[in-house]
Design a protein around this ligand. Sequence first.
Ligand SMILES: [Ca+2]
Ligand SMILES: [Ca+2]
Length: 301
Amino acid sequence: MRVFAMIILFLFITGNLWFVGNAAAATDTAISGKSRQGKSRIAPETVVIPGGTFDMGSTSGDPDERPVRSVTLDPFKIDVHEVTNAEYQRCVKAGICAPAHYDDNTCNVMTDHGWWEGEAPSVFKDPNKPVVCISWYEAKKYCEWKQGSLPTEAQFEYAARAGTKTKYYWGDDPDKGCGCANGADIDGARIFETVWGAQYPEKMNCHDGNPYTAPVKSYKPNRFGLYDMTGNIWEWCSDWYAPHYKSGAPTNPVGADTGVYRVLRGGSAESAPDHLTTTFRDRSMPHYRMLYDGFRCVYKP
Ligand SMILES: [Ca+2]
Ligand SMILES: [Ca+2]
């Protein structure tokens, strides 16, 4: 399921970055890009999500999105955007967090030899972009430093839906998502076709402006005012992954009691539309670090 990341990163590393097109990304010029000092101008922000009951999962998605069940959540507070490189660096400077693993050959990137643990391209290190190459343990430590925690999978889906019942927070049509999310789009397809001579199999048929990660808050927020709950980077959740949900109507569910993988949610810049839905579930081993995996935190309101 990480094939798109493999392809895109291969093209980047081999110097085939000729991305054009920036038609639809709703970039806020007030917050995008670096300052002259190269520091982030994006402030940490949170929003309180009201408690409520919603139908979690999907009958039209993958089998692990079932059974659809009625979930009730207490109110919680959540980061408005993904944790940025600049924010994470503050935890590093405080002596709490280990540096993001961009250059120590412990992050999984792609070269012409395939997936291996190598150095992350510099395009991922912008202070306003989400921190990646972070294990689940490292994400958890950051959130605890912030006196929060990683979101549960139920909290993430509830926050991502923001009251909607459609596949995406903007509706059911992935081709209308390019102002709303950084996913696999036409430009990713163009890069792919140029080098590989084949059709990019699945994509949003529009231009989202970013073949790699984008600065946080580059796209429209959902109804809760949250950015990039769909796309840009996958986000670690606190739950162990299980191949199906427990049935019933739980309140504040926390996932499986134990497992091998931790849940990742939301899809990323390398994700095809089927992986960008509000219900799609990805997973990874908690010690694993990937170029498109990051996180945000939740807090008590
Ligand atoms: Ca994209
Ligand atoms: Ca995201």
